[in-house]
Ligand binder design. Structure first.
Ligand code: PLP
Length: 410
């Protein structure tokens, strides 16, 4: 079993170690929740001050032109594109993830009008399930949504399936699906593929081009550190641009918004999926946050992420044998960047850890989630987090009556 000194030695030789300095994090804080809300970067703080002071306060309305506010959704989309393996012009930053999924679901259903089934995962994030049901009801023809056990996908892929919508890394278990393999099987069945990348972007290498993905959407407040409620992003493969329609057209997706024409004519490219005015301050925060990814490859991040989660699993199993059920797959190819442990007292365990300065989160009914974000988590953090976990369990701190009532956000 690795010792604390060995973990400190790993940090000494870690080529990513100095990147923690880019984040505003208290030195002693063990932050294992970047899979839910990424921390503030120094760059974001500077960008926000500059945007507010120079562009908004001083530049005022002139900044729409002089500071390039109008182009921010596609400009930042292009910055984000390499993180998912997309080409320039295929990604736009706007709205939030659920809203973007709604747009893509309705748009995609229109491209397969001879088909009437949407497949999704019964274990999908609840927002995805709500929105797919609601959009199916509004598709203008009868559509059946089947929320299936994803293991049975191949059996369900009949010639009536128009669209398959899956989340690439399961929010609860951290299981990662085979992006290229699933997309290929969906295409073989003549259906379209829409991926939710909420827990993938900035966490694992993605290659939407190589995997021939049709559509995808994600959020930017988790591994991308864009800030609470930061905008989402949408990917439309170039071959579908100009073909798929934005079902929520607005003036900023028009070819000539300032001509104020009465008829809608979509802008070329992915801009057509923009509906409303860009959220300039939130976009500036994300733009600053993306600086943290400059000069580092997703493969480098992935290598450290797996080393961190391997270490965590090993230490938990050595120190607390039989106490937790490991929910996250052990195989690297099936593991995202988080580890989920099942325990009846999961909520109290997470609260007791938070009280000790080790931040993870709880997902009902019984899962402790720990995110491993290689830009700022240290190997020694993993060691210390497990030490705290051992103490919490051995001292039964999780049974403290203070944790009997759950907070609104868990
Ligand atoms: C997998 C997944 N899909 C969708 C969402 C919803 O995102 P938003 O609140 O940006 O609509 C989340 C939020 O955490 C998520 O984890």
């Amino acid at each position: 079993m690795p010792t604390r000194a060995e973990c400190l030695a790993l940090d000494q030789v870690d080529p990513l170690a100095s990147r923690r300095n880019n984040f505003v994090l208290a030195p002693e804080l063990i932050y294992l929740d970047g899979n839910s809300l990424g921390p503030l970067t120094r760059s974001t703080r500077e960008r926000l001050v500059a945007t507010v002071e120079n562009e908004w306060a001083t530049g005022l309305i002139r900044s729409w032109n002089s500071a390039g506010w109008m182009a921010a959704p596609t400009r930042i989309g292009d910055r984000l594109a390499p993180l998912i393996g997309a080409q320039p012009g295929e990604v736009v930053v706007a709205d939030t993830l659920t809203v973007l999924l709604a747009k893509l679901i309705l748009g995609a259903l229109d491209l397969r009008r001879d088909r009437s089934v949407v497949l999704t995962d019964v274990a999908n994030f609840h927002s995805d399930l709500y929105v797919v049901e609601a959009m199916a009801r509004r598709a203008g023809r009868p559509i059946t949504v089947r929320a299936i056990d994803r293991e049975t996908l191949d059996d369900e892929l009949g010639d009536d399936v128009a669209l398959v919508m899956l989340t690439h890394v399961d929010f609860r278990t951290g299981e990662m699906l085979d992006l290229a393999g699933v997309t290929a099987r969906v295409h073989d069945a003549g259906a379209l593929m829409l991926w939710d990348f909420a827990h993938s972007t900035g966490a694992v290498p993605l290659d939407v081009t190589g995997a021939d993905v049709d559509f995808a959407a994600g959020c930017s407040y988790k591994y991308l550190n864009g800030g609470p409620g930061a905008p989402g992003f949408l990917y439309v493969r170039s071959r579908w641009q100009g073909v798929i329609e934005n079902p929520l057209p607005g003036w900023l997706g028009h070819a000539r918004p300032f001509d104020f024409e009465l008829d809608y004519e979509p802008a070329p490219g992915v801009q057509a999926f923009v509906t409303s005015s860009p959220s300039v301050i939130a976009l500036a925060a994300l733009d600053g946050a993306l600086d943290a990814f400059e000069g580092v490859t997703m493969d480098e991040l992935r290598a450290k992420s797996l080393a961190l989660s391997d270490l965590f699993i090993e230490l938990v199993e050595e120190r607390l044998p039989g106490v937790f059920e490991l929910v996250t797959p052990r195989e690297h190819a099936r593991r995202g960047s988080q580890v989920a442990l099942r325990h009846d007292g999961a909520y109290g365990i997470i609260q007791a850890l938070i009280a000790r300065g080790v931040i993870g989160d709880f997902r009902a009914p019984d899962v402790c989630r720990f995110g491993f974000t290689p830009l700022y988590v240290r190997f020694v953090d993993v060691y210390d987090a497990v030490e705290h976990l051992v103490d919490v369990v051995q001292r039964a701190e999780h049974l403290d009556p203070a944790y009997a009532t759950r907070l609104a956000v868990t």
